[in-house]
Design a protein around this ligand. Structure first.
Ligand code: BGC
Length: 367
């Protein structure tokens, strides 16, 4: 029997779940990619939160819970840093970027010895958001996470206005709209968990509302969300603010305009580029971004279009059924591809985040 259009093979779905489970470490961390030189040995809160959400959605709730528990333990370990970040922000003397929390951690929760573009805020929003999704979906008790949620809320409430590196670990001179969206989603989720004291619960709710207002006031040009405050370009990550993060309601005109701009500027045959000026590995198309575009279309009720994005993403699997970080069928800057291969080796494959997004979108469309 052939699969319906837009349905990845059972084999890809089974492989994706098994791969993520097999690679999850004993500490609960999800490695971004097991063998890729620059990522080996690290787990990102951003990747991991979306991986946990994918696993939670398909019924691998133990795996998701182990990752969320790992996040909580990492956050607790850096309670001192968070305390300093909060105190210094209140004193109008912000902690320097390189002393803020990093984007990725070694599996035992350390900062690691390798240089990285580390100051990124989005992952601290996405882990709270993923926790909220998981708790709602499975009726899990959020109480064991309460202290780590509290610390993360304090950190984000104190820091959300700061420029930092974006999802792609670039441009720390800017405030990125996708990052703001992750923070708003995380603070909203945290307030709904019911584990915060009254003051923090109000702070989380009010700050989330302020962040969304800020996005709509400063992060929109020509009707669509933009890559960073002051830019007029789009970024493929912005689709996530429509779904699964649900920061911009699908019926809001900014949602449709953002999706249309991503499609116009970044999608080719349902394969989505990160942003127009991308040169990383020649600037290919990212299966995980096609899945975010698919999720946004699904939220708009456009299931057939969502299925086309899913079909494209699933079709990028290798003969071993591994999904890469990006594919080179349509490159924005082909002259830059080789320099990255020389520097870091072939494109990260498998990338766990790519697998998780296929699981999540497939579940959204076909469950
Ligand atoms: C991407 C990040 C990702 C990291 C690990 C980087 O190349 O830009 O978004 O978190 O890889 O997968």
């Amino acid at each position: 029997m052939t699969a319906a259009i837009g349905t990845p093979s059972e084999a890809l779905i089974t492989h994706s779940r098994a791969l993520i489970r097999a690679l999850q470490t004993s500490e609960g961390a999800y490695p971004a990619s097991p063998t890729f030189s620059a990522y080996r040995g690290y787990s990102w809160f951003r990747d991991g939160a979306f991986i946990a959400d994918g696993m939670s959605a398909v019924g691998d709730d133990d795996s998701a819970a182990e990752f969320l528990t790992w996040c909580a333990s990492v956050v607790r370990r850096y309670a001192g840093t968070i305390g300093s970040a909060v105190a210094r922000a209140a004193a109008d003397d912000p902690l320097p970027d390189d002393e803020m929390l990093p984007a990725r951690f070694t599996f035992d929760g350390g900062r690691g010895a390798d240089e990285w573009w580390d100051f990124q805020l989005d992952g601290f929003g996405t882990w709270l958001w993923a926790l909220g999704e998981h708790v709602t979906r499975h009726g899990t008790d959020p109480q064991p996470y309460a202290d780590a949620v509290t610390l993360t809320v304090d950190y984000l409430v104190a820091s959300w206005r700061r420029p930092c590196f974006d999802w792609w670990e670039e441009h720390d001179e800017h405030v990125h709209v996708s990052t703001l969206g992750c923070i708003a989603a995380g603070l909203t989720a945290a307030a709904r968990l019911g584990v915060l004291d009254d003051r923090r619960s109000r702070d989380a709710t009010n700050t989330a509302a302020r962040v969304v207002e800020y996005i709509l006031e400063h992060g929109v040009r020509e009707g669509h969300l933009v890559k960073w405050i002051g830019s007029s370009a789009v970024d493929g990550s912005l689709a996530a603010l429509i779904s699964p993060l649900r920061v911009i309601p699908p019926e809001h005109p900014v949602a449709t305009a953002t999706l249309a701009a991503i499609e116009r500027d970044l999608a080719v045959d349902h394969g989505v580029h990160r942003f127009a000026a991308d040169v990383f590995y020649g600037g290919g198309q990212w299966p995980l971004l096609s899945c975010f575009a698919g999720l946004a279309h699904a939220a708009l009720g456009e299931r057939d279009t969502a299925a086309k994005y899913l079909a494209w993403a699933a079709a990028q699997a290798t003969s071993e059924l591994d999904l890469p970080e990006q594919v080179p069928h349509h490159l924005l800057a082909p002259e830059h591809r080789q320099e990255w291969i020389d520097r870091w080796g072939p494109v990260a494959t498998p990338l766990l985040w790519s697998h998780a997004m296929v699981l999540r979108l497939n579940q959204e469309i076909h469950a």
